[in-house]
Design a protein around this ligand. Structure first.
Ligand code: SAM
Length: 257
């Protein structure tokens, strides 16, 4: 890991740059200065990371990482701190990427940042040992397509997944099939379901689909991700496996260009 060379900037200079690049969603600690000290979720995402960091290998030497929807790069930087050989981080928002570039420089870390949508992962032309797909699923109008594309083109082994979850957290065993006459099952709280937000949730018009816990687990399995652990309420560590035969479709790689 390199020396955090930009700490030679004065406190004032760092504060000014943080202000220029704001507003920040990630509360990063840049040379002791917080980028989003009044975050509505507290010290975010540190507060979340401390609850599941034990589930990640502490030594990532020799590993490649893709951080999808990286925002200001909090998780990319954590992966570098654990020695990952290469970290590629993508986000579709150039302002967040600017924040991430500054944060990585302050930490003296080499991370490749690309302005790119999750729907374009095929264009990276590479599979990664670890794919981080956190906090993005519910911001997508086509979330299952994103998961399928990640499976088909980007994931080699481990997927770290997180979604906002709402509704019941109970989980029913899903049967292989149901008769057409079965209707009661759809009223069961533990049946997989996803809420569609037509307008806004939490003031954010990009919150589109919010799954319940049972749904998120079913979606992961259905896209070819075996759940290894659920170390934090919303976080899943998964292993890429073959997708179930009936889940396979011809995916429109690059169709969202
Ligand atoms: C709630 S933030 C999550 C940031 C980070 N992954 C985390 O878990 O803290 C969602 C991020 O996804 C990015 N994003 C939204 N839609 C995207 C898309 N289609 N492709 C890539 N990034 C996207 C946003 O710009 C934002 O940085």
């Amino acid at each position: 890991m390199g020396k955090p060379h930009e700490c030679i900037l004065s406190t004032e200079q760092i504060k000014n740059r943080i202000t220029e690049l704001g507003p920040w969603f990630h509360n990063m600690n840049l040379c002791g200065i917080q980028t989003a000290p009044d975050h509505f979720l507290g010290d975010y995402p540190s507060i979340k990371w401390t609850r599941f960091s034990h589930a990640m290998p502490s030594d990532l030497r020799g590993k490649t990482v893709l951080d999808i929807g990286c925002n200001a790069g909090f998780y990319s930087i954590e992966m570098k701190k654990r020695g990952a050989d290469r970290v590629i981080a993508i986000d579709h928002d150039s302002a967040y990427l600017e924040q991430a570039r500054f944060a990585a420089r302050v930490h003296g870390m080499e991370i490749e940042f690309n302005q790119m949508s999750v729907y374009e992962v095929a264009e990276l032309g590479e599979r990664f040992d670890i794919v981080i797909f956190m906090g993005l699923f519910y911001h997508l109008r086509h979330p299952l397509l994103a998961l399928d594309l990640i499976h088909e083109y980007a994931a080699k082994d481990i997927l770290i997944f997180q979604s906002m979850l709402r509704g019941s957290s109970s989980i029913d065993q899903v049967a292989y099939d149901y008769p057409f006459s079965e209707q009661e099952i759809f009223h069961e709280p533990g049946f997989p379901s996803m809420y569609f937000i037509e307008n806004r949730y939490s003031g954010d018009p990009t919150n589109w689909w919010v799954p319940n816990k049972s749904c998120v687990e079913a979606l992961l399995r259905s896209s070819g991700f075996e759940i290894i652990s659920n170390p934090e309420e919303e976080v899943y560590a998964c292993r890429r496996v073959e997708a179930p035969e009936f889940s396979k479709e011809n995916l429109p790689a690059g169709a969202m260009k």
